[in-house]
Design a protein around this ligand. Structure first.
Ligand SMILES: *Cc1c(COP(=O)(O)O)cnc(C)c1O
Length: 208
């Protein structure tokens, strides 16, 4: 089980705290905020540093910065964005780990591809040579009870199994699902990565 410590909404001191805790994976949602915290060569060139995950929606015009800063883009949600990331990763001589974000709750304000688009997206991304497609990501319903939340996680697991079979791509190992309010259910539904902010360091203060 991988824990991604989500440092968004906290001032830069959080980086020291997170590293002192020994977390090997850290997540941020926005490029500017992430650059303020992690965009320094002392951090980026440190061989011991944690893996950085982008967990928020990425606009193509910020993709160059994202490729420079992050090791993993966990919110890939369109073929177009995949093509942009693949080209920029090639330019920066880098292989970028990616997860495809799927909107399993059907909530309209949520980013992520529709469940019916997941297969097509996997088919496209699996052949992009500078992207290493590792799995799927989802955010549980914002207003969900236990049943609806578990259902959205179960759906992600089902999509992984179906898509891995139909796209002949068994490498979709990771399921990133579960946040502070629902990680226990996510683990029971098969999460391999959970993304925790509030439960680790309390309510968010700065930036939002
Ligand atoms: C903010 C955020 C988290 C962490 O949320 P908490 O409820 O504070 O644990 C996890 N995943 C995503 C995609 C987020 O935007």
């Amino acid at each position: 089980m991988t824990i991604v410590g989500v440092t968004k909404g906290h001032a830069v001191e959080i980086v020291r705290k997170a590293r002192a805790l020994g977390l090997r994976h850290l997540g941020e949602s926005r490029i500017q905020e992430a650059t303020d915290k992690y965009g320094f060569s002392e951090f980026l060139n440190d061989p011991e540093r944690p893996t950085l995950h982008l967990i928020g929606h990425l606009q193509s015009n910020k993709a160059r910065k994202a490729v420079h800063l992050f090791d993993s883009i966990d919110s890939l949600d369109s073929v177009h964005l995949g093509e942009t990331l693949d080209r920029l990763a090639a330019e920066q001589d880098k292989t970028l780990r990616v997860l495809i974000q799927v909107n399993t709750s059907g909530e309209a304000q949520k980013s992520g591809c529709e469940t019916e688009q997941a297969l097509e997206l996997v088919e496209a991304v699996k052949s992009m040579s500078h992207l290493e497609l590792r799995g799927l990501m989802t955010i549980g319903p914002l207003e969900g009870d236990e049943k609806a939340t578990r259902r959205s996680f179960e759906l992600l697991r089902e999509i992984r199994e179906r898509v891995a079979r139909e796209a002949n791509f068994p490498q979709l190992a990771e399921l990133s699902m579960g946040m502070s309010g629902d990680f226990e259910w996510a683990i029971e539904e098969g999460a391999t990565e959970i993304r925790l902010g509030t439960v680790l360091w309390g309510p968010r203060e700065e930036y939002d």
